[in-house]
Ligand binder design. Structure first.
Ligand SMILES: Nc1ncnc2c1ncn2[C@@H]1O[C@H](COP(=O)(O)OP(=O)(O)O)[C@@H](O)[C@H]1O
Ligand SMILES: [Mg+2]
Length: 399
């Protein structure tokens, strides 16, 4: 496993990383030719040496190649606040007379940013996502975000509305996307009602109605998080017999075909915003594309199995009486919204589980105790739940 140790800067080291945080992992830009990015778990061990300067820092880490560690330099930049140029651009995009009153980091004190804007007419809140114009992955992600938000706006897909985008940095000084702020929170509750799980499934079900021929920015996707190499990650971080069996069972098996639709590509609960029991919309579209709706359905079913387990929902949480396992409530909500049966559910459940590595500690979607507010969960519980979900899906695969 790769380890990166970055001493705290201003008491909050994650905000100092120039990398992107993707589904709970830091994806850092590497200078090494041929290695554009590498994912690290959030809980990491020190193997590096930090060379800090006033504004930027670089860290040399060891990448495990076979038995040997190879040093790779990662460049970090301080990002305690977006530059003035991009803030003025954002304000102008909202109203000529608007000014930014505050910029608050929404992910570990950094990007994306919640901007509060004011002008004579009052105040408003918008969300700013920025990227590094020199990083291909950042450029790709923002291009995809814009394409997906534009498409969502033209259909009944609940998502933020695009306000402005600068995809080459010429107007904002950096590549940037500005969008509306959805009301509510992405916090995952300790318990979920069946109604909330069905609403989650329905949100995913809305995407399956958007037929989409692949196009630039929204290319063909055959699984979630298309730009992360999970098989490679399992080779370095460790796999399990069950995951290896799942790889064998799906190797050489064609991806179920069908008319491609809009796929979110990272559809877990942390990318949904809730106002009470009502889902305001889906955010974080940087892995979107065109593919099977099963990609998102499987990802969401695995996600609720991780957060709520695979036994039937407790009746005390839901006035409708004892329910089904959380993943099946998501399926029911999806099917109701789609007006049809979902296909190849077992295949897409397996595909979702193959977007993990042996030890779920490496895949935690953020800090469980602080950020996610779920101290009741830990890596062992999540690993056991992932295994139960995957084993059940493998049992159903050819039946
Ligand atoms: N448009 C939005 N409306 C409301 N909250 C948002 C919006 N965009 C981001 N957030 C909040 O910021 C957090 C991080 O944003 P996200 O786009 O998911 O970034 P990341 O790629 O780091 O996961 C989200 O979990 C959510 O709480
Ligand atoms: Mg997110």
């Amino acid at each position: 496993m790769i380890g990166v140790d970055v001493p705290q800067q201003d008491g909050c080291w994650p905000s100092a990383l120039s990398g992107q945080r993707l589904n709970g992992r830091w994806v850092l830009g590497l200078e090494e030719a041929g290695l554009e990015s590498f994912s690290t778990p959030t809980a990491v061990h020190a193997v590096g040496e930090l060379i800090a300067t006033a504004m930027t820092a670089s860290v040399v880490v060891g990448l495990p190649i076979g038995e040997k560690f190879r040093p790779v330099r990662i460049t970090l930049g301080r990002m305690s606040r977006p530059a003035g140029h991009v803030l003025s651009w954002a304000a102008r995009a909202v109203a000529p007379s608007a000014r930014v009153v505050s910029a608050t980091g929404m992910r570990a004190g950094g990007n994306p940013w919640l901007l509060r804007l004011a002008d004579a007419g009052g105040t408003c809140e918008v969300v700013l996502k920025t990227g590094d114009v020199t990083a291909r992955q950042d450029r790709r992600q923002l291009v995809t975000t814009v394409a997906a938000l534009e498409l969502a706006a033209g259909h009944a897909v609940p998502a933020p509305r695009l306000i402005a985008a600068d995809l080459d940095g010429s107007a904002a000084g950096t590549i940037a996307v500005l969008m509306t702020m959805l009301p509510g929170s992405s916090t995952i509750p300790r318990f979920s009602s069946a109604a909330r799980l069905r609403a989650l499934g329905a949100a995913a079900g809305a995407l399956q109605g958007v037929a989409l021929a692949p196009r630039p920015g929204l290319e063909v996707r055959t699984r979630a998080l298309y730009d992360m190499d999970f098989a490679q990650w399992r080779r370095s971080a460790g796999t399990s017999q069950l995951l290896a069996r799942a790889e064998e069972r799906t190797a050489g098996r064609p991806v179920p075909d069908g008319e491609p639709v809009l796929v979110h590509g990272d559809l877990w609960q942390g990318n949904t915003i809730w106002s009470g029991e009502s889902c305001s919309g889906i955010i974080d579209w940087d892995a979107a594309g065109a593919g099977s709706p099963g990609i998102d359905l499987g990802t969401l079913r695995l996600d609720v199995a991780l957060f709520f387990g695979s036994s039937a929902l407790e009746s005390s949480q839901d006035s409708s009486g004892p329910g089904s396992p959380a993943a099946d409530e998501v399926l029911a909500g999806w099917q109701q919204a789609a007006g049809r049966q979902a296909e190849h559910v077992a295949y897409w459940d397996v595909a979702a589980a193959l977007c993990t590595v042996g030890d779920m500690a490496c895949c935690l979607p953020g800090d469980l105790v602080g950020e996610l507010g779920r101290p009741d969960l830990n890596a062992a519980i999540l690993t056991a739940r992932r295994d139960a979900f995957l084993a059940a899906a493998l049992d159903r695969l050819d039946s």
